[in-house]
Design a protein around this ligand. Structure first.
Ligand SMILES: [Zn+2]
Ligand SMILES: [Zn+2]
Length: 282
């Protein structure tokens, strides 16, 4: 399948790359090195596209191990992934899962070709042997520009948020966003997620003005973290709307507040959580 990557400069040093299913990757370029955060679904020639944006030596690091973030990595050799997400690579490398995800995204990504994608439309699967751990607090100095990886377990056990301190930007990826999915069987409880998000927020307080996510081009403020933390409190108190939401795998789970995928939350607040009733408290 033809490459459909698009890019948009966020700042002088930071560029958003949008892949075939609408997934967002981020390219940070310093004076000496570049760092690619996430590699998308593996549809198209991402390495070739990145080569049109920078010729600096490239490091590749992941926000987490899901199919739409890590499966373009086989073009790049060694890569960083928090080892708590290593278990996801196996299941998320399954070709039928990759095909199903891409086909499901044909309508929301406005990419009708995806509805007919077959296995030959994908790069080879991610090789776990080439992954290196990226512990909490890892800093990459790119030469006059830095990136800091901070653990934010919830959406997956190894999910990381990325701070770009010089630009005062925080990337929360899928780990805290307009539809934070916390219902998978491997997700920690809402109580534990709230503790992790509260700790991250306290540690990074005053260090960022804008928040970027991995799906959709909306730029958020700290209000995103406030509203997701508020959802945690409401879920634990049983005062959320528990709006039924059917996931891509066909299962129905409660969503803290009613929403649709075009407008987001109907009350206008930015953050939301889809959760499992079995995992509210630790
Ligand atoms: Zn994800
Ligand atoms: Zn995702």
């Amino acid at each position: 399948m033809k490459s459909r990557f698009k890019s948009r400069k966020i700042t002088e040093n930071l560029t958003r790359i949008i892949g075939a299913t609408g997934e967002c990757m981020y390219l940070a370029v310093g004076n000496e090195r570049a760092l690619l955060v996430d590699t998308g679904t593996g549809i198209g020639d991402l390495k070739g596209f990145v080569g049109t944006l920078t010729d600096k030596p490239l490091t590749v690091a992941m926000t987490h191990g899901h199919v739409d973030h890590v499966q373009g990595v086989s073009q790049f050799g060694e890569y960083y992934l928090n080892q708590k997400d290593l278990f996801l690579l196996d299941s998320n490398s399954d070709m039928q899962i990759r095909i199903n995800y891409a086909r499901l995204m044909a309508v929301p990504a406005r990419n009708p070709n995806l509805a007919y994608i077959e296995s030959d439309g994908f790069q080879p699967k991610a090789d776990p042997e080439k992954s290196r751990d990226i512990p909490d607090g890892t800093v990459f100095n790119l030469g006059g520009y830095t990136t800091e990886f901070h653990a934010l377990p919830g959406h997956t056990p190894g999910s990381m948020a990325v701070l770009f301190p010089e630009d005062r930007i925080l990337l929360t990826g899928d780990a805290c966003c307009g539809t934070t999915l916390l219902y998978f069987e491997y997700c920690p409880s809402i109580e534990e997620y709230k503790e992790a998000l509260t700790a991250l927020r306290a540690m990074l307080s005053g260090k960022f003005d804008r928040i970027l996510v991995s799906h959709g081009g909306h730029v958020f403020t700290e209000e995103l973290l406030d509203s997701v933390l508020e959802c945690c409190d409401e879920i634990m108190a049983g005062t959320d709307e528990a709006f039924p939401m059917r996931g891509p795998d066909g299962t129905e789970n409660p969503c803290a507040h009613s929403m649709d995928f075009i407008h987001g939350r109907l009350d206008g607040k930015p953050g939301n959580i889809v959760y499992s009733r079995n995992r509210i408290f630790r």
